[in-house]
Design a binder for this molecule. Sequence first.
Ligand SMILES: [Zn+2]
Ligand SMILES: [Zn+2]
Length: 130
Amino acid sequence: MTSSYLRGDDLVAPARIHADRAARTLLVEWADGHRSTFEFEQLRWLCPCAYCRGEAGLPGWLDTSPVLSAEQTRLVSIEPVGGYAIAPTWGDGHHTGYYTYTALRAHCPCPSCAAARAAAGHPETPSARG
Ligand SMILES: [Zn+2]
Ligand SMILES: [Zn+2]
C-alpha cells in the first residue's frame, strides 16, 4: 500500500499490530518504521474510556489507583475501529476503550519517545503527577 496521504506529520497509522500473548506485549509498527512495544498492563492503564478515565470532572476508576488483576491485564483480542483506533478486549470483559493511533504514538514507551516527552515538559507517567 503506497500511501502519499501518510506524509503529514499529524497523521499516524500503524503498518502492523502484533499482540504477543506469551510476552504480554503489544507491538505497533508505524508506517514511518517506528516501533512501539506496550506491555499489556501499561496498555490497560492507558485505557481512555469514560469509566477508566472519568468524565465531566469526575475521577475514573483508574484514578483510584486500583490493583489490576491478571484478568484485567490479559489482552483477549483487538478490534480495529474506523481506521483511526483499536479497541482491545480484556480478560475481565472490558472493551469500551478506543485507543486512537495518535494517542498510542503519543504514549510510545520507547526510550527516545520518553526522552522527547520529558524534554517537551509533558511527563506522561503516573509517578510524575506529584
Ligand atoms: Zn476503560
Ligand atoms: Zn517511540
